[in-house]
Design a protein around this ligand. Structure first.
Ligand code: SF4
Ligand code: SF4
Length: 271
């Protein structure tokens, strides 16, 4: 019988290396801001398009678009998500990587708490769209930079003069991620909501997107992939995972005992 070699272990090493690179980059950016070499963290953070809305994008104040780098990065990631989904969350976002590391160090012993039933998951995932909407309304109407005022990265960049709101937010995200794997990414992150909306737009225009495919002939429906998916996606529901919350981590592939069953392909969603 022909022996199949899975690319899953190599991919996980590459992913951890990329995540570590961006974590170090984020730490360096914070260091430069704290030491006064960089004006503010907003110059580099792609979240800026969420924090400042179109004001930050320069549509309103184009000549003083001081956040140009981060705004360009934010929009570039948004456009790329049309084709690659939420790869940013699985490979780049330091907040996502920090949560993942925390969960893998401490969370496994709380695994029973970490899994929530699918029917609740499918409801909670909509909270992040509400967060995005409320934030957008407040920013665009000039009431407040809602997300900015609670941003954990902004908090860290102001060390040692940490504001209470940011501190509560950071503790909430880090403590929460010990019990609920990537709970911020799943339920609350407004940028994740934006990336999902970009994928829904791609679906509307039938743009082919990278998706996880399960080979139904080889799959035994054991459910190990679903039990280990950090985004709590039920892989057994479909042959192709068209869920926009997939972060392309390929953990499902790594844990699958029947490798190779899971692969990633370019698909457009049939609706
Ligand atoms: S872990 Fe592998 S064999 Fe089991 S259900 Fe998932 S894809 Fe199928
Ligand atoms: S479906 Fe697979 S690739 Fe997508 S988030 Fe879950 S484990 Fe990661």
């Amino acid at each position: 019988m022909m022996k199949h070699h899975s690319k899953a272990p190599a991919l996980q090493i590459v992913r951890v290396l990329i995540q570590s690179f961006f974590l170090i980059l984020a730490a360096l950016a914070l260091y430069f801001v704290i030491s006064g070499k960089l004006l503010s963290i907003h110059h580099l953070c792609p979240y800026s398009i969420v924090c400042f809305g179109l004001n930050g994008a320069g549509f309103i104040r184009i000549t003083e678009a001081i956040f140009a780098t981060s705004i360009v990065a934010g929009f570039a990631i948004l456009i790329l998500s049309l084709f690659w989904g939420r790869f940013f969350c699985g490979y780049v976002c330091p907040l996502g990587s920090a949560q993942e590391a925390l969960f893998s160090f401490h969370g496994k012993r709380y695994r029973v708490v970490a899994r929530i039933p699918q029917y609740l998951e499918r409801k909670f995932i909509y909270i992040k769209y509400i967060v995005l909407l409320v934030n957008a309304v407040m920013v665009l109407s000039g009431i407040a930079y809602l997300y900015l005022n609670h941003c954990p990265l902004v908090l860290l960049s102001k060390a040692p003069f940490w504001g209470m709101r940011g501190l509560i937010m950071l503790s909430f995200i880090l403590l929460g991620s010990i019990f609920l794997e990537r709970f911020w990414c799943r339920f609350l992150c407004p940028y994740a909501a934006l990336l999902n909306l970009s994928q829904y737009l791609g679906r509307l225009f039938k743009i082919k997107r990278k998706m996880i495919r399960r080979n139904l002939e080889r799959c035994t429906d054991c459910g190990i992939c679903t039990d280990n998916c950090p985004m709590n996606i039920n892989l057994l529901e479909k042959e192709v995972v068209d869920d926009p919350n997939c972060i392309h981590c390929h953990i499902c592939d790594r844990v699958c005992p029947k490798k190779p069953v899971i692969s990633s392909t370019w698909e457009h969603v049939e609706r």
